[in-house]
Design a protein around this ligand. Sequence first.
Ligand SMILES: [Mn+2]
Length: 499
Amino acid sequence: MPPDVYLNLGHSNTHFPGLLPFLKHARRHFLPTTRNGHTPVYVLGNQSADLDSMISAIVYSYFFSRTDKDRRGYVPLVNLPDVPSGPELRRLRPEFACALEHSLSSPQSASAPVPEGKNADRDGIVKLLKEHIVTVADLRDALLSAADDEGNKGDGQNSKLELDCVLVDWNSLPHKASGRGKGSIDGLSDLATFSVTGCIDHHVDEGFVPPLGNLPEGNPRIIELGPGSCTSSVICEIQKRGLWPSLLALEAERRDDEDDHGDIQVAKLALAAILIDTTNLTAEGKVTDVDREAVSFLTERISLSSTPGAGKKWNRDSFFEHISYAKAHSLDWLTVEEILGRDYKDWVESTPSGEERAIGIASVVRPLEWIVSKANEEDDNKSKDQNLQPFLNKLKKFATGKHLDVASVMTAFTSEDANGDDAGRFARELLVWGLNGDSDAYTQKFMCAAKEQLDLQKWNGFPAEGSQEYTGDLFVWKQGNLAKSRKQVAPLLRESVKS
Ligand SMILES: [Mn+2]
């Protein structure tokens, strides 16, 4: 793919690469080049590296590269500091692999059953990931070996690289540097400092991203609570900016099928994130007009596509089912520690007396009982009594590794059990564990504030008022208010430490 195709050549005769050529180019040119001063703009999702974050970054990069007059290039960077692209990325993010596979496939194969079992040929997707996706771990490795190649010149050995990034699906960098909008991330904090040059997000504004007037001209600063999926906000912005040509414009330009095909693949990929985050537009309290409009725009693009047959047989529900299945089963082959780290976020807050406290919340798409029994299995505890201790030991080890003062686990799942009243019903559980001496002060405060808002109820006979049986204060609840996800629970927990 010659670099010229990445030029915005004007209004007529505009050629853009398809999704895979775009990603391949980004994967090949993701290193900052010091020689001509052209360093790419990294588009970075949040540290949970969930579908929404990864796909927001890809969709943003793909379309905003059409405005890239300086030819710097946009590189979607998967925020995983210790997972290189390839087999490990597939194992740890199978729903992304599934979404990518299904977005690229023809309508016929999109409705084929998901290959299962050990014998399923996974080499294809592993190779695809390796050649098209860049993670923070990949960037770190490449930067370190580039530094090795440069030799130990002595001069400026310790100076960090200055890089630009756009944040999607979050709006604050965890390692702050001096100056608003400057900071770094796990895995790169010793090598690079990022300046945030744009942001599209659907979380609470942390006030870290500089005001619009201080961002490079034309870059977005859209931080709006509401949409169930950040990808919806990205799509909305792309539409507003006219970066996705209308069907009429496409017809007038008679763009060839290949161009159109690339856009359809991106449309499907974007839908994967939005449908998962809104449970196929049915999630109570999560779906907004921004999501609905994005979904109708994207499905229209797919079904009205000019490529004969490309959209006709495409079925949104079955597409959703496939990715949803991959997501629900994504934890089967992971250890308890990996499960906790799978969709994890943390924050550092200052207590009123000025001490810093770290809070971490792991989101898990399976019930606590399942994790508890997995922990028992891992410890070879064959007794029928599923006790909590093996799980708590692993949670404690995980929390200690992350230097947490408060560790929390939120589960959200649909019961697969065919028997019983709860079959097929969506449920949430919440575990909060204050691990330090002073933690009972804020876990109690949290309980007072959250009990009603989240409708916290007794979990499996576990004492609702917290258990001192384990070090610190341990609470486990059934969460009656199903509309409140980590996006709502995290601010409550952070507030109880701050105030
Ligand atoms: Mn999100």
